[in-house]
Design a protein around this ligand. Structure first.
Ligand code: AN7
Length: 357
């Protein structure tokens, strides 16, 4: 595969065209999404007590989150149909991704976001790409309801994961994990918000198994934030709350996909507290060199919690999906890690003193 992106032989549509809804009429657009690194843990593996722990760095996608895999397919299919505008509801990453691909493909793009609950980096991306931003006085669930209704009333393509092309593109991450490991892992850990991702990964692993590229299917371990854990509770949460704004969702659209993935795999969907999320966020940054956003750390928090609770993970190969880049939410990083900065005189002795030398 060429490393030069923008030609026809790069990206998710090209790499997986035989397993995606790609026809002769599908424009082979790409921003170089997919083929993300699978990085082995250097420290947390021991804390977890498993055979091998890997991080799938979906934060390395062009817009900085896992959403690009599904978005490239959804936008290509919108273009193929002749659509001229796309719309999504978003906690941030979907809007950043939609805005990027729409800009590249000269589509109009509208995004509906919960006012005050979207990380600054994500909003900056959507603005930079020229998206029309509609901030609502409500949460993601309201935004998605509005997006569904408006796309029914107007000739605008809905590019949330209720669009099946999003799930198709997203499942390719499973294919890459199977390619890289030579088989499926024993356990896949990921954060769950609107639940498109867990639905898609499971579809991908099932397809790899059916194609006999994998000898097994992983247990799917999903994690929701404790204040936004409708699937764990078994009922929608009217006012979801968590500092992990990406997964601040009370009524996931792919609820059934998530429970199917959980039950068919013999897996589990559990809750993690914001304190546990922040602890894992810190450990990933400081012990692994991986700067992710809080929602991504939720799955590592969940895995560490299960290990601490005495779950025997000896002999297991585990993959945690790092769904989004830490740069998306600089305010959270500063709030958690920043010491008070005060400027000192530019003198060697002062700098040495500051360094503790
Ligand atoms: C970093 O962007 O829902 O369970 O509107 O941004 O597939 O929803 C984002 C979700 C995990 C949860 N990690 O994935 C949106 C949006 C990050 C995310 C999730 C999201 P799903």
């Amino acid at each position: 595969m060429s490393a030069i992106v923008g030609q026809r032989d790069a990206g998710v549509l090209f790499r997986f065209k035989d397993r995606l809804p790609v026809t002769d009429a599908t424009p082979m657009i790409t921003l170089g999404e997919g083929s993300t690194p699978l990085v082995r843990s250097v420290r947390l593996e021991e804390a977890v007590g498993c055979e091998a722990l890997y991080f799938k760095l979906e934060s390395c996608n062009p817009s900085g989150s896992f959403k690009d895999r599904g978005m490239v397919v959804a936008v290509a299919k919108a273009l193929e149909r002749g659509d001229t505008a796309v719309l999504c509801a978003s906690t941030g990453n979907t809007s950043a991704s939609a805005a990027a691909y729409a800009a590249r493909c000269h589509l109009r793009v509208y995004v509906i976001v919960p006012h005050g609950n979207i990380a600054e980096g994500k909003l900056a991306q959507a603005v930079a790409h020229g998206a029309r931003i509609i901030a609502i006085d409500g949460g993601f669930d309201d935004a998605l309801r509005l997006a569904r209704e408006i796309t029914q009333r107007h000739p605008i393509a809905l590019v949330n994961s209720v669009n099946p092309h999003r799930i198709e593109g997203q499942k390719t991450a499973s294919f890459e994990i199977v390619d890289d490991l030579g088989d499926a892992p024993d356990i896949l850990c990921l954060p769950v918000g609107n639940a498109g991702n867990i639905t898609a990964y499971w579809k991908g692993f099932v397809e790899s198994y059916q194609r006999e590229e994998a000898t097994k299917k992983p247990l799917m371990w999903g994690f929701q934030a404790a204040g936004a854990a409708p699937i764990v509770a078994g009922e929608p949460v009217a006012e979801p709350r968590t500092l992990a704004t990406a997964i601040r969702i009370g009524n996931p659209a792919s609820w059934e996909g998530a429970t199917n993935a959980r039950d068919e795999s013999g897996g589990d969907i559990r809750a993690v507290t914001d304190d546990e999320i922040v602890d894992a966020y810190r450990r990933l940054a400081q012990e692994e060199g991986i700067f992710c956003e809080p929602a991504s750390a939720a799955c590592v928090a969940g895995l560490l919690g299960r290990a601490k609770d005495g779950e025997d993970l000896a002999g297991k190969t585990i993959v945690c999906v790092i769904t989004g880049n830490g740069l998306k939410d600089p305010e959270r990083a500063m709030a958690e890690f920043a010491p008070e900065l005060h400027a000192i005189a530019p003198e060697v002795s002062r700098v040495e003193a500051e360094m503790g030398l």
